[in-house]
Write a new protein. Structure first.
Length: 170
């Protein structure tokens, strides 16, 4: 299973909590609604915090980081990094921590943008899942290790092919 959160599932999570609280209100009044709402938020926070320990049992596999040092000849090719996140995505805090650590070593510009309720950004960037890392205009969705992020950040730009001269027809 790909290690990412599809935006439709993020929205479904945000919609289900008020609906369940509404059921609690119908059955037990305001105390029931408040209890369900608080319990739902507490569960989401618990889930995100403990996700690395339970990800394998949920079918996602390990989310352990792979860290490698930059090769001495590698230089930073990326100058601007944007991380698109959503509030209930358990992969987003992992990527954020990895990017912050790499930023301390490499010194690139880093911005984080929560797109949970930003349809304008989602449409403009054609996002379908989070976390999505944008490195100098290129989008990379899903959980990436520090090693993979380092490779994307230090990738050498492609060398353009030499222009070919047109040969006169004989």
């Amino acid at each position: 299973m790909k290690q990412q959160c599809y935006l439709w599932s993020v929205w479904l999570t945000w919609l289900s909590l008020p609906l369940l609280a509404g059921v609690g209100y119908y059955l037990a009044g305001w105390p029931g609604a408040l209890l369900i709402f608080v319990a739902g938020i507490a569960f989401q926070l618990f889930y995100i915090r403990h996700f690395p320990r339970i990800s394998s049992s949920m079918g996602y596999g390990s989310v352990a980081d792979v860290v490698t040092e930059a090769a001495p000849q590698a230089s930073l090719s990326a100058t601007k990094v944007v991380l698109y996140t959503a509030g209930v995505c358990p992969f987003c805090p992992l990527i954020r921590a990895r990017l912050v650590a790499l930023q301390g070593r490499l010194g690139f510009s880093f911005t984080e943008l929560d797109v949970t309720f930003r349809p304008d950004v989602i449409a403009a960037k054609k996002l379908r899942a989070v976390p999505t890392v944008e490195i100098d205009g290129r989008l990379h969705a899903g959980n990436l290790t520090s090693s993979e992020l380092l490779g994307l950040l230090t990738a050498s730009p492609p060398i353009p092919a030499p222009p070919t001269e047109l040969q006169p027809a004989h």
